[in-house]
Design a protein around this ligand. Sequence first.
Ligand code: AMO
Length: 466
Amino acid sequence: GRTWTGVGELCAEMKDKNVLIRGAAQAIRSVSKKMAFLVVRQMMSTVQCVLVVSKDVVSPQMVRFATSLSKESIVDVEGVISVPNEPIKGTTQQVEIQVRKLYCINRAVPNLPINIEDASRSEIEFKKAEDSGEQLVRVGQDTRLNHRVLDLRTPANQAIFEIQSQVEKVFRQFLESEGFRGIHTPKLIAGSSEGGAAVFKLDYKGQPACLAQSPQLHKQMTICGGFGRVFEVGPVFRAEDSYTHRHLCEFVGLDVEMEIKEHYFEVCDIVDRLFVAMFDHLNMNCSKELESINRQYPFQPLKYLPKTLRLTYDEGIQMLKEAGVETEPMGDLNTESEKKLGKLVSDKYNTDFYMLTRYPLGIRPFYTMPCYDNPAYSNSFDVFIRGEEIISGAQRVHLPELLTKRAEQCGIDVKTISTYIDSFRYGTPPHGGFGVGLERVVMLFCGLNNIRKSSLFPRDPQRLTP
Ligand code: AMO
């Protein structure tokens, strides 16, 4: 076979070498009948290809063929690397290819619903271009999502999903190195796993069933099964009614469950070390991706501490109170108060990443362990980035009588979860765990304003396609 070079590998050291690349024809510019430029893109990299009519190699027909290509058509280009004296504007690679052969592998339709170059501009670039009289086509969120395969080709999107892949990688690698076992729990289950109404109901061959709102019940049951420490990466389904910037009807859950020896802070310690390792990894290994996102969607780098700040829920309430924000003392914080607290914490402690512990029991799910010293509170925590929740976690009730009582108190039909409750009758160690929303982590680490930006093909209350 022939030797292919990735567009991202093209560099000045390859001067005078013959290379063969495949990519999308992002931009095509005809200079004259004898000369044309073609920008070819592969993932986040672009290179300028130059066609100049010359005896034996490039014919006028070939130049005409190049300029007749529709944008985004897939092309194979063979040619010689040259290094211009001036820096090349508008491409990532600082070399050119002097084209010798050009093939079109698959044509794109001529009228694309999204122009990739326009859709890659930041808001500031857009304004500048408009002020200088350039004609760009602005694409809104819905157009982008309706034509997601085109939208995904923009450099910022390529970067966002590389970051997502890296977050998942660090999650697995870190936990495996700490003795956690990867598991897969069923997504078709008999009763709601979180209590609450946001559940997709379905008919399971005549039996009522739900799509799992979390792996909660079965990840705990693997602890009953003697697994010790487990993690799962899998889909989570929530029949959300509200259309917000941070709720999806299907998202990717990163879940952990583990035995604890003395205190639920052992779970918090795992969160702490896992996320500090993750943020370090992203900052060290994904600078190209972060720059690319920053260019289209400017954001401040995440501030985090070597050891994650922990405040109790009451301390958080107190900080809000001192800042003049009244909240219900034992009630859940609303989105606005959470954001406000994020700002206060950032100013006072210089971190955008922190934990709130010891939540009131009344606002936590039925399986949450009450505090030993005061059952109005619970051994639970939430974790925030920039004032928005990315993780919930807790110690669980491993005593079947208490668990039954708690489920009843929370209005859950105990029959639908009887096999779960029975699992605790045969000896189960104290345990706890947490659940992370993958799209939320990526959205908030990168300072994005909408979870749809960090979901490949988002599912929200209004969207089931593409
Ligand atoms: P919780 O319901 O808080 O806890 O969910 C855990 C994390 O999942 C993310 N998340 C969402 N992301 C996108 N769209 C949604 N609709 C959505 N809902 C939640 C958030 C949240 O912090 N079983 C527990 C976890 C545990 O205790 O182990 C649970 O599901 O980032």
